[in-house]
Design a protein around this ligand. Structure first.
Ligand code: FAD
Ligand code: 2HG
Ligand code: ZN
Length: 528
C-alpha cells in the first residue's frame, strides 16, 4: 500500500494552462515521411560518393555476413533508418555492425578515402534526429561492440565497449554494489557510447553530476581511422587539454566513441521515493529550496510533471497502474527521491521534510512508497511520460534550460501560441479532430533547470512546426536559456544553434570539425 500523507484534497484550484484532452481511441500512426521530402531545402551533398559494388566488396572483405545488413536481409533496415519518434527517416542502404574497434578503424579509413558519409548509431533513442541518416549515409551501428572490459571494485572505475546497453552496465555494477552514475527512461535501449555522445543528463544529474565529470577516459576512432586509446583511470589528470571532453556531446560529428572509462558510484543502501501534488509552480520552487537545504546529500532526484503529462501517461498506461494520488486533479506533481546508506535515517529525513512542507502549505497531497514495487511504480509515472506524449500520433519535443523562475512560462506561452494560430482547441473539452495539436505539456528535471516541453499532436504538420520554430528558441533566448539542455542538437536544431551560441563559438566548433573531419563524412547535414 502506498502511504498517503495527506488525504485532505483542496478544492477550487484554478489551473493556469490549457488542459489536455487526449484521444482515448487506438493510437494512429502515420507512415514516417522521408526527411528529405519533409525538408526539401536540405540537399544531398555532391561531395559524397554513392555507394557502389566496389565499396560493398571492400566491406565484405573485412566484415562477416553477420556484420553487414543490406535491404535484401531479413532484419528490417527501417529500424535503423527511422528515429524513435517516427519523425525522421533516412534512406541508407547499408548498415555495418562491426565487432571490433579495429574493424571500425578500417571502415572509417575507407569511408574517408572514398568520401562515403557515415552516421554512427547506438540504441537509436535520440530525440533530435541525430542518430539516423538524412539521405543515403552508411549507418555504423555499435550494437556488436558490447563487452564489459574491466571493473575495479575499490575505485569504482568501470570500462566498457561503447555498444554496452546502459541497463546492462547498471545490472553488472549492481552485482558489485555500485551503480552507473546516469539513469534515464531509455536505459533498456540506449548505449554507453550514445549517452556519452549526447552527454545525456537523465534523472539523477543533480546528485551524480554530468558525464563531463564522470567519464575518465574514452577510446575514439577518428574519421581518418586513427584509434585514440585514452581509457584513463585517473580522477586527476591535468596534462594539457582535456581532449575527451570534445567527444562528450559531439553527437558523432568528429569521431566514433568505441570505449569508455567511467567513474561509477556506490549503490545506495536505502532509497525512497515520494510523489506529491502541488497547486502552483512557485510552490515547486519553494519546495525545491527546502529539499536542498533539508535533504542535502540524500536528495537524488527532484522531478516535476504537469497535469497534462500525467493525463497522457494515464491514457498510455491504459489503467495498468492506478494514479498514485487517486485522481489526477492537481496542476503539478513532484517526484522526490532520497537515497543514502541508512534506511531509518533516510526515511526519517524524508518524513520530517514532508511534514514541514505540509505545514508550510507547499504540498496538497502526497504519497511515499512502502516497498520496492511501489517505488518502481512511482518512477513509472515519471519515466513513461516521454513515450506517453508520443502515443497520440506524434510529438514535438523541446529540451531547454531556463532560469527556474521562468521554467514553466514556456509551456503556457506555447499553448497560447498554438491556440492563436488555430492549431489547438481553446477549450480543453472540445475534442475538435480538425485541430492537429493536442496541447503542450511540461515536465523535467527541476534540479537541473531543465524543462521538457512536449507538444502532443495527432500528426506532424508543417503548420505546427512553423508555429513552434523559431518561437520556442526565441523565447528561450529572451530568458538567457539554452535551446539544448541534454538531448543535443541533431538535425532538429541545426538552424538554431545561434540562439544559444555566439558567432565565435560557432566558428570554433566548425574549425574543430574541419580539423578532425576535413571531408565532413561524420554525421553530415546535422548541427555542424
Ligand atoms: P543514439 O540515439 O543511437 O545516438 C545519439 C547520437 O549520438 C547520434 O547523433 C549518434 O550519431 C551519436 N552516437 C551514438 N553512438 C555513438 C558512438 N558510439 N560514437 C559517436 N557517436 C555516437 N536523454 C537525456 O539526456 N536524459 C533523459 O532523461 C533521457 N530520457 C530519454 C527517454 C526516452 C524514452 C528516450 C527515447 C530518450 C531519452 N533521452 C534522454 C535521449 C537520449 O539522448 C538518449 O536516450 C541516449 O543518450 C542516446 O543513446 P543511444 O545509444 O540511443 O544513441
Ligand atoms: C526525460 O527526462 C527525457 O524523460 C526525455 O529527457 C524528455 O522526451 C522528452 O522530451
Ligand atoms: Zn530529461
Amino acid at each position: 500500500m502506498l502511504k498517503t500523507i495527506n488525504q485532505s484534497i483542496r478544492t477550487g484550484i484554478s489551473f493556469s494552462s490549457k488542459g489536455i484532452v487526449a484521444r482515448t481511441h487506438a493510437t494512429r500512426f502515420y507512415s514516417v515521411k522521408l526527411t528529405s521530402s519533409k525538408y526539401p531545402a536540405l540537399k544531398r551533398s555532391e561531395v559524397f560518393k554513392q555507394l557502389n559494388s566496389d565499396d560493398l566488396r571492400y566491406f565484405e572483405s573485412i566484415l562477416t555476413k553477420a556484420e553487414i545488413l543490406r535491404p535484401s536481409d531479413s532484419e528490417n533496415l527501417s529500424l535503423y533508418n527511422e528515429d524513435w519518434m517516427r519523425k525522421y527517416k533516412g534512406q541508407s542502404k547499408l548498415v555495418l555492425k562491426p565487432k571490433s574497434v579495429e574493424k571500425i578503424s578500417l571502415i572509417l579509413k575507407y569511408c574517408n578515402q572514398e568520401k562515403l558519409a557515415v552516421v554512427p548509431q547506438g540504441g537509436n533513442t535520440d530525440l533530435v534526429g541525430g542518430s539516423v541518416p538524412v539521405f543515403d549515409e552508411i549507418i555504423l551501428s555499435l550494437n556488436n561492440l558490447n563487452k564489459i572490459r574491466e571493473f575495479d571494485p575499490l575505485t569504482g572505475i568501470f570500462k566498457c565497449d561503447a555498444g554496452v546497453i546502459l541497463e546492462n552496465a547498471n545490472t553488472f555494477l549492481n552485482k558489485h554494489d555500485y551503480m552507473f552514475p546516469l539513469d534515464l527512461g531509455a536505459k533498456g535501449s540506449c548505449q554507453i557510447g550514445g549517452c556519452v555522445s549526447t552527454n545525456a543528463g537523465g534523472l539523477r544529474l543533480l546528485r551524480y553530476g554530468s558525464l563531463h565529470g564522470s567519464v575518465l577516459g574514452l577510446e575514439v576512432v577518428l574519421p581518418n581511422g586513427e584509434i585514440v586509446s585514452s581509457m584513463h583511470s585517473l580522477r586527476k589528470d591535468n596534462t594539457g587539454y582535456d581532449l575527451k571532453q570534445l567527444f562528450i556531446g559531439a553527437e558523432g560529428t568528429i569521431g566514433v566513441v568505441t570505449g569508455a572509462s567511467i567513474l561509477t558510484a556506490p549503490n545506495p543502501k536505502a532509497v525512497n521515493v515520494s510523489f506529491l501534488a502541488l497547486e502552483d509552480f512557485d510552490k515547486i520552487l519553494k519546495l525545491y529550496g527546502k529539499a536542498k537545504s533539508e535533504l542535502c546529500e540524500n536528495l537524488s532526484a527532484f522531478e516535476f510533471m504537469d497535469k497534462e503529462s500525467m493525463t497522457l501517461t494515464d491514457i498510455h498506461l491504459k489503467g495498468e497502474l492506478a494514479f498514485p494520488l487517486g485522481e489526477n486533479e492537481h496542476p503539478f506533481y513532484i517526484l522526490i527521491e532520497v537515497s543514502g546508506s541508512n534506511k531509518s535515517h533516510n526515511d526519517a529525513k524524508l518524513e520530517s521534510f514532508l511534514e514541514g512542507a505540509m505545514e508550510e502549505d507547499l504540498i496538497i497531497d502526497g504519497t511515499i512508497a512502502q516497498d520496492e514495487t511501489e517505488l518502481q511504480n512511482l518512477w513509472k509515472w515519471r519515466e513513461t511520460v516521454p513515450e506517453s506524449c508520443l502515443s497520440q500520433g506524434g510529438v514535438y519535443k523541446y529540451d531547454v534550460s531556463l532560469p527556474l523562475k521562468d521554467l514553466y512560462s514556456l509551456v503556457d506561452a506555447t499553448n497560447a501560441r498554438l491556440i492563436s494560430k488555430g492549431l489547438m482547441s481553446e477549450n480543453p473539452n472540445d475534442k475538435d479532430p480538425n485541430k492537429p495539436a493536442i496541447g503542450a505539456t511540461g515536465y523535467g528535471h527541476i534540479g537541473d533547470g531543465n524543462l521538457h516541453l512536449n507538444i502532443a499532436v495527432n500528426e506532424y504538420t508543417k503548420e505546427i512546426e512553423e508555429a513552434l520554430e523559431p518561437f520556442v528558441y526565441e523565447f528561450v533566448q529572451s530568458k538567457k536559456g539554452s535551446i539544448s539542455a541534454e538531448h543535443g542538437l541533431g538535425l532538429q536544431k541545426k538552424n538554431y544553434v545561434k540562439y544559444s551560441r555566439s558567432p565565435i563559438e560557432i566558428q570554433m566548433m566548425k574549425d574543430l570539425k574541419h580539423h578532425y573531419d576535413p571531408n565532413g563524412i561524420m554525421n553530415p547535414y546535422k548541427y555542424i
